[in-house]
Ligand binder design. Sequence first.
Ligand code: CMP
Length: 139
Amino acid sequence: MIEKTLSIIKPDGVKKGVIGDIVKTFEENGLKVVAMKMIHMSKREAEGFYAVHKEKPFFQSLTDFMCSGPSVVQVLEGKNAIDKNREIMGATNPKDADPDTIRDKHGSSIEVNTVHGSDAPETAKTEIAYFFSDIETFS
Ligand code: CMP
């Protein structure tokens, strides 16, 4: 099934200068970039985006990190894009990520893990709408 998913190259990925490497990995794996922009999230925007985690002990630290510098937000489209993107990213904790996944190559810790990807169709819809309007997304 052709799906769309939200991807974020987090501030550590932008600072390391690996935007191109990450986008190349998406494209080589059949994921098309159908929307893209660089944003510097405010604390409020980061808290809104990660609202499902607001009771977690890492919420403050995660939202501080997400507004520590610019990120690249993208919509990726392709066959089974949601699961495909999660496979390419690797496990949340870079220590557990399969070899050659993005988090294995570039991630530093469970928090500073370079990329975010939606985890399910409903989440993808909400997350895409959080950053992009319909006319900013192509196909
Ligand atoms: P992400 O895929 O963006 O979704 C939620 C984020 O919370 C996750 O990646 C990590 O960056 C962060 N996270 C998840 N679990 C932990 C944890 N135990 N400690 C710190 N950060 C975490």
